[in-house]
Design a protein around this ligand. Structure first.
Ligand code: IMP
Length: 191
């Protein structure tokens, strides 16, 4: 079965292809020659993941999935949420972290959750899969690995940030892996 992964991230695609095995052939946006921007105007992760998958489905009429991830901080009423990638007004990870630490300076509750939503769209169905990991936002940055908010996100039960873990360690349990595990199980059981 051929499935489009509505992403330009070659690393993400390779990881999921590895998990899926040979029965499924993942096709990326660049494989399709798609160069534009996919609109992402929803105010929830679910709406954005569905919007991306629907947009590509309407264009290519082939099974497609899209993912969307956000960091929800309790003391900030769930912000940055859908604005996670550009919280500071730019996509610069340092600027985003700086803004987050500033917003939390006078807050006691530093609980946060990373959430990933995957939307799968075919001619016959639309399905959502969710994965999350709870944790808290550290007082300052630690670690050099990873990307995004990794230097300040400490998963529950850990005394290290994601950025202090090896790629393999972070890869064992995180929001994205948990969502993709559910999606892959569904695909293998249904197709
Ligand atoms: P995306 O939907 O996968 O593009 O993720 C949106 C934004 O969430 C990214 O630009 C990062 O800022 C942040 N993000 C997603 N996953 C992670 C993660 O595993 N660690 C740290 N930040 C992440």
């Amino acid at each position: 079965m051929r499935i489009i992964f509505a992403t330009n991230n070659a690393n993400k695609l390779a990881e999921i292809q590895h998990e899926l095995g040979d029965d499924f052939e993942l096709v990326s946006l660049s494989d399709l020659g798609f160069k534009g921007d996919i609109p992402e105007t929803g105010r929830t992760l679910e709406a954005n993941a569905l919007q991306k998958a629907n947009y590509i489905f309407d264009r290519y009429r082939a099974p497609v999935f899209a993912d969307d991830t956000g960091l929800e901080v309790s003391a900030l009423d769930g912000e940055p949420g859908v604005d996670t990638a550009h919280y500071s007004g730019s996509r610069d990870a340092d600027a985003n972290i700086k803004k987050l630490l500033g917003e939390l300076r006078i807050k006691d509750n530093r609980s946060a959750v990373f959430k990933t939503i995957i939307a799968f769209v075919t001619e016959n169905e639309k399905k959502l899969f969710a994965g999350e990991i709870r944790g808290h936002i550290a007082e300052s940055k630690s670690g050099e690995q990873g990307f995004g908010y990794d230097p300040v996100f400490m998963p529950e039960g850990e005394s290290r940030t994601f950025a202090e873990m090896s790629v393999e360690e972070k890869g064992k349990e995180n929001h994205r892996v948990r969502a993709f595990r559910k999606f892959i199980e569904f695909l293998k059981g249904s197709y």
